[in-house]
Design a protein. Structure first.
Ligand code: PGA
Length: 692
């Protein structure tokens, strides 16, 4: 079963690679030669006799879109973007192309189908077989689209889609405005036209066979030269057929003739030493005349410097005259085959510079060399030199502008995905969770609640003793002492709050003003205290503090930069009625769940069952753990797992040195809020040491 799955996976991804690379290549070579693709489309339309009905701009737009579509489909399959949709589109594309190429192969109306532009020329049958392979691969992808793993997460796919579309349309437009980025035709820069026309010695030329039809006694028969009969037979007819193609040189249809057809100057142009310019326009009627001024200037420059300037066209005399009328052209026109001219340069008009018969420069009419009567001789200009290493430079540009950004994006995306995956694994892994808890990700705390005990002198003495002991013997947890208001300012003077923090037991629910006897959060903060206990059951019970009042107090405390130890817990009756969970939940919802997650990070929860406070009765470690875990779960529900994991939840109620270790060993108990046992340094230290 596993092996079958693995083989399917490999097969799907091989098909993915074959389709994507083929589509990217064929799309790109079409896209960078929009005019070449347009000529091909027009050839097809002419075959089905529709050429005259479809305007040029439609075929041009169609050629840009066709190249772009193929390129995008290839890239999307490579990245496995919208896998289902894209593999169906690829199948649709192949389902249209395959029968079309079968027709091409059988009927042979056009010799080269043009599927790879001029980059790779296949015969029509080769194209058909290639398409059969691609069709099969497209079917595989369509059946198992999810077998292609994504290179980029779903949420980032739009970046690749947008960037690819922009890149290919921009490339196409640039190539249309100037010339194709890569020139695969025999007239590329560096090509020696005359050499391209030569047939190497010993190469086989095309072979022909002639058959003769002769008659004797009313009977007709066919003969060849080998079995030609005697003169009793009468000659009727003969026919000659080509039986083999023979060697066809890369350039086989290049010629330059005078417009009256009287002279062929091909050889004199190609054999000439030095520079000559060829202005190329297959159709002068359709040529772009916006830059004729630049052309005239170059012609003038040639006149001044004795460089020959030939204008080659396939247009009629009327076409030539029309061009002369609108541009005032003075240069001489010559005739060359239309297809040849279209092959030489993808611009109408375009300019070619030959040096000793070798092409050393090619320019679209939008990008003509700036040569005028002030310009030096060609040898001393950049135009007169053979461009160096242009292919490497072009490839580096593509890498820099397209491939590299996508690689970086993929890398960033995969790193992001990997960290997300690790985090998910951590959350779902119980062992890791346990390990993490024991590693104390959240703060462990032992806080003392002095309640209404100790006069100023006794309080200061106790605080001093604790300060000294803990500074000498550093605790393994956070230690806080919450004292009556009157102690705060004095104790804050000497307490090392990095080791032992100071807090109040209460603060007012009003900001300031005529509230006799109250102490505001701001006042507490001004003493140097950092914490305040709010919601203690004694204040809820004896002083009627409602959830609403506590909500105000919490807000004011946080606003003044105090951290809140917020107490919750059920009464004995509520516990006996099994309502403890509802009670603690309501208490949190009533006063602190209105906070933002950011504000909530300043809350320490203290679970204190009222029946255990000061009674000597402690909740068992299991009872406490159960409700602590529940409290954490509702915090998680409200603020998410991460906040819940970081929230310290303390236990309070008859906690002492003897039971603290058992309680603190529980994963959801992060320390204690200690009443009675915080009034003597030794007792309190015993509890703090439970963390050691
Ligand atoms: P207790 O008090 O430790 O004396 O039970 C705890 C508290 O009320 O905070």
């Amino acid at each position: 079963m596993h092996a079958r799955k693995a083989i399917t996976g490999i097969l799907v991804n091989v098909c993915r690679l074959v389709i994507s690379l083929t589509f990217i290549f064929s799309g790109y070579v079409k896209a960078i030669d929009p005019l070449g693709t347009q000529y091909k489309l027009q050839d097809y339309l002419n075959v089905v006799q529709l050429g005259q009905y479809v305007p040029d701009y439609i075929t041009l737009v169609a050629s840009v879109l066709l190249g772009g579509l193929e390129f995008c489909l290839g890239v999307f399959i490579l990245f496995a973007i919208h896998r289902r949709l894209v593999s169906r589109l690829v199948l649709l594309f192949m389902a249209i192309m395959t029968p079309l190429t079968l027709w091409l192969a059988v009927a042979n109306p056009i010799k080269d189908c043009g599927c790879f532009g001029d980059a790779v020329i296949l015969t029509n049958w080769e194209t058909f077989y290639k398409n059969i392979v691609l069709l099969a691969a497209a079917i595989v992808l369509c059946v198992k689209p999810l077998g292609m793993p994504r290179f980029i997460s779903r949420s980032n796919q739009w970046i690749v889609v947008t960037y690819t579309i922009i890149f290919i349309l921009f490339s196409s437009s640039m190539c249309l405005y100037t010339l194709p980025t890569f020139d695969f035709r025999p007239y590329h820069i560096g090509a020696n036209i005359k050499k391209g026309m030569e047939i190497p010695e010993g190469a086989k030329g095309p072979e022909f066979e002639t058959t003769f039809i002769l008659e004797k006694n009313g009977q007709r028969k066919e003969f060849t030269l080998d079995n030609y009969p005697d003169s009793t037979w009468t000659f009727i007819d003969s026919k000659t057929v080509q039986i083999s193609e023979g060697y066809v040189p890369p350039i086989h249809d290049f010629s330059i003739q005078t417009t009256d057809g009287s002279e062929d100057i091909t050889d004199s142009v190609l054999s000439r030493r030095g520079y000559s310019f060829l202005l190329i326009s297959p159709h002068l009627e359709k040529a772009d005349d916006t830059n004729f001024g630049d052309i005239d200037q170059i012609y003038e420059y040639c006149q001044n410097n004795n460089y020959p300037f030939y204008a080659l066209t396939a247009s009629t005399d009327e076409g030539i005259q029309h061009w002369r009328d609108i541009t005032g052209a003075e240069y001489q026109f010559y005739l060359t085959d239309e297809t040849t001219l279209k092959t030489i340069i993808r611009s109408n008009p375009g300019l070619l510079l030959l040096k000793d018969g070798v092409v050393i420069g090619k320019w679209s009419h939008n990008d003509l060399p700036q040569l005028n009567d002030q310009s030096p001789k060609l040898e001393r200009t950049e135009y007169g030199q053979m461009p160096q290493n242009s292919v490497t430079c072009k490839i580096s540009k593509i890498v820099l502008w397209y491939i590299l950004p996508l690689l970086l994006l993929t890398f960033a995306d995969r790193t992001w995905k990997f960290t997300k995956w690790i985090k998910e694994k951590e959350h779902s892994n119980k062992i890791y969770q346990l390990f993490k808890r024991k590693k104390n990700m959240r703060k462990k705390i032992v806080a003392g609640n002095w309640k209404m005990n100790m006069n100023l002198q006794d309080g200061i003495a106790l605080a001093k003793e604790l300060n000294e002991t803990l500074n000498n013997n550093k605790p393994n947890c956070g230690v806080i002492i919450c004292t009556p208001f009157i102690h705060l300012a004095s104790i804050a003077q000497f307490l090392n709050q990095d080791v032992i923090a100071l807090g109040a037991e209460n603060c007012a629910d009003k900001e300031k003003g005529a509230f006799t006897g109250e102490v505001s959060a701001e006042m507490v903060k001004s003493t140097g205290a950092q914490y305040v206990i709010l919601g203690h059951s004694e204040r809820r019970g004896y002083y009627g503090e409602t959830p609403e009042i506590l909500k105000e107090k919490v807000q004011l405390a946080l606003k003044n930069g105090l951290k809140v130890i917020f107490c919750i817990g059920e009464s004995l009756e509520e516990r006996e009625a099994g309502k403890q969970n509802d009670v603690v939940k309501a208490e949190l919802e009533g006063s602190v769940f209105n906070l933002t997650a950011e504000e909530f990070k300043n809350i320490v929860i203290a679970y204190e069952p009222i029946w255990a406070i000061g009674t000597g009765k402690t909740a068992t470690a299991e009872q406490a753990e159960e409700i602590h875990a529940y409290i954490r779960s509702i915090v998680a529900e409200k603020y998410g797992k991460e906040v819940a994991e970081d929230t310290s939840i303390l236990y309070g109620g008859s906690c002492k040195a003897s039971n603290a270790p058992e309680l603190f060993a529980k994963p959801d108990i992060d320390g204690g809020l200690i009443g009675g046992a915080s009034l003597k340094a030794a007792d309190f230290m015993g509890i703090i040491d439970a963390w050691k």
